[in-house]
Write a protein that binds this ligand. Structure first.
Ligand SMILES: NC(=O)c1ccc[n+]([C@@H]2O[C@H](COP(=O)([O-])OP(=O)(O)OC[C@H]3O[C@@H](n4cnc5c(N)ncnc54)[C@H](OP(=O)(O)O)[C@@H]3O)[C@@H](O)[C@H]2O)c1
Length: 228
């Protein structure tokens, strides 16, 4: 995947400042020295001088502060434009803030209509941390909901576009993934319509508290690294 990205950026003619690259430190690379080493390896593989946003993939209890200190160092050195976290819940952020010099700019979380993470969203808003949704389409599981099709019909949009628009109107940043160029284009074409308050509420009612992946503390309480 990284090689494809490198080829794409080299051949696109785009300037470095025209694109935004996020990557993260994986669970098995956490800790101060290991994070710095992993970051260097990422820069090398991506053939870049800096990363726009560097994230901690998951809170890990044993290397919790060391990993963040390493991100702060990278930030101070100008090697990353912003630093953030992923899968951090309120109690992880509270703990981080006891020692952090730089607050995370972003918290990347599982969020979609079946699991909107609304309470945490409100907490992030108070802290001025951007809520970014991973699996914003619930890995396509939410797209079968009839209400999405019904709303989409009104605007000539697909269920995926309706869900992505719903996120944007909730001030949630989105990173939908598709391997199909036509769907990538479809997922980007969400800025020419606006859901009504009633439609936003109808989608809100799809909340079932149902995740498509692991809860953050499943990893946090482990001391042995595990791949997620
Ligand atoms: N921070 C973390 O811990 C974490 C965890 C999980 C994921 N992520 C990241 O979050 C991003 C997205 O998450 P995700 O891939 O799990 O879930 P997602 O974006 O919610 O869903 C991806 C699935 O939806 C399908 N899809 C995409 N656009 C569609 C459309 N317009 N219509 C119908 N189906 C569509 C894709 O199939 P096709 O490819 O066939 O189109 C794929 O099966 C990824 O970049 C991933 O790396 C982060």
């Amino acid at each position: 995947m990284r090689n494809i990205l490198v080829i794409f950026f080299r051949s696109s003619g785009l300037k470095r400042e025209d694109y935004f690259i996020t990557t993260k430190v994986w669970n098995t690379d956490q800790g101060y020295d290991k994070t710095l080493k992993a970051f260097e390896a990422s820069l090398k593989k991506l053939k870049l001088d800096y990363i726009d946003l560097y994230l901690v993939h998951w809170p890990k209890v044993d290397t919790f502060f060391e990993t963040w200190k390493a991100l702060e160092r990278l930030y101070d050195k100008g090697l990353v434009r912003a630093i953030g976290v992923s899968n951090f819940e309120a109690h992880h952020l509270d703990r981080l803030m006891t020692k952090a010099n730089v607050l995370p700019a972003v918290d990347q979380l599982e969020s979609h209509p079946h699991f909107p993470n609304s309470l945490l969203h409100r907490y992030l808003e108070e802290l001025h941390i951007v809520h970014q949704a991973w699996s914003p389409l619930g890995r396509a599981t939410v797209l079968k909901e009839p209400v999405l099709k019904k709303i989409g019909k009104k605007y000539g949009k697909t269920p995926a576009q309706v869900v992505l628009r719903w996120h944007i109107q909730n001030d949630v940043s989105i990173i939908p993934k598709s391997e199909k160029p036509e769907r990538i284009r479809e997922n980007a074409a969400i800025y020419d319509f606006e859901l009504t308050r009633e439609e936003m509420l109808l989608i809100k009612q799809l909340n079932r508290g149902e995740r498509v992946s692991h809860a953050p503390d499943v990893v946090y309480v482990r001391t042995e690294p595990e791949e997620f």
